[in-house]
Ligand binder design. Structure first.
Ligand code: HEM
Length: 313
């Protein structure tokens, strides 16, 4: 039966029209490949596929892909995909602190250490200040005694905090900074775009490349921060307990396009945090699972759901 069905079928390559169409399609694909071939000197990275690039991270090296698809989390009782900021931080270990992925045929350059971020966003601000057109609370349970003590001395319990208290509460400020260092509200910053072809760390960055500064990896870099995974507000204090400015602390980005709302956000963070700590003591319920500190990735980082006790003081 099958043979009878195929009897009238002729191999398309014998048909001159089919041949011409196939040749034209091949020519067009070849031409597209030639024209969209990435320029020489690009930063290293996984090889892109034609048209799709590294879309969906499907073409990552095996071990990274495995972790991306399924990462076991101790104490979480389950598994879930690895968040992009962690995946990109892992990739920097394979490809170096400046590496390239392709979104379709557009290069996306990921900057994963402070020097690379500063070189691009400050030293070469003219080129890297475009934007592509694209559409805390767990920490409150730690170091709370010292924050409570500082509030006790500066504002007491009866008056609401004001911004003038800020200068007298270095430990509280350092605690807020440490929360921001570890939780990085915008872990991959807001993407930038190269307005001209530029050279960064010896690599060619073509005009139109998307630039992704990985603030998460800067804030967790063991070469900058001692024991980066430990919550330690004193890293922002000098030996006299006074606040020190650390250049590599960049939760609001850096350079010409730094966050416009930085000052407003800092005021809000201070007033809200002090208000909460003035009125409550935060505790984990006995035997409760603590939330994973790497956060749930959107453009911003949100905490995983967790239970907490807010005890009126
Ligand atoms: C904790 C709170 C916030 C954090 C961590 C944060 C972080 C950031 C970061 C990392 C960028 C990208 C900077 C760069 O490209 O180098 C940014 C951009 C921006 N942020 Fe924020 N932000 C916060 C709150 C706010 C608030 C409250 C506002 C407005 C009232 C705001 C308005 C903006 C605007 C307008 C930009 C774009 C600036 C530009 O393109 O020139 N942000 N923010």
């Amino acid at each position: 039966m099958a043979c009878a069905g195929l009897a009238g079928w002729s191999w398309p390559l014998r048909d001159p029209v089919c041949c011409a169409l196939l040749a034209a399609a091949g020519l067009l694909l070849g031409l597209y490949w030639l024209l969209s071939r990435p320029p020489r000197g690009l930063p290293p990275g996984p090889s892109p596929w034609p048209l799709v690039g590294n879309f969906g991270f499907a073409l990552l090296p095996g071990p990274l892909r495995k972790r991306w698809l399924l990462s076991e989390r101790a104490g979480q009782g389950g598994s879930r995909p690895l968040a992009p900021h962690l995946l990109l931080t892992g990739m920097a270990k394979v490809y170096g602190s400046v590496f390239c992925l392709f979104v379709g045929s557009r290069p996306m350059i990921v900057l994963s250490d402070f020097e690379a971020v500063r070189e691009a966003l400050v030293s070469q601000a003219e080129v890297f200040s475009d934007r592509p057109s694209i559409p805390i609370v767990a920490m409150l349970t730690k170091k709370k005694e010292k924050v409570h003590a500082e509030i006790e001395v500066v504002t007491g319990r009866d008056r609401a905090p004001s911004l003038t208290d800020k200068a007298h509460m270095p430990f509280t400020e350092a605690t807020i900074m440490e929360v921001q260092r570890m939780t990085v509200v915008v872990p991959l910053s807001v993407p930038r775009m190269a307005s001209a072809t530029a050279v960064l760390r010896g690599y060619t960055i073509p005009k139109g490349s998307v630039i992704v500064p990985n603030l998460w990896s800067v804030h967790r870099d063991p070469n900058i921060w001692e024991r980066p995974d430990d919550f330690q507000p004193t890293r922002f204090l000098d030996e006299n307990g006074q606040l020190i400015k650390r250049e590599m602390f960049i939760p609001f980005g850096i350079g010409k396009r730094v966050c416009m709302g930085e000052q407003l956000a800092k005021m809000e963070l201070f007033l809200m945090f002090v208000n909460l700590m003035q009125n409550f003591t935060f505790l984990y319920p006995d035997n409760a699972t603590k939330p994973a500190m790497e956060g749930r990735f959107g453009l911003t980082l949100a905490p995983y759901p967790f239970n907490i006790i807010a005890l009126k003081r």
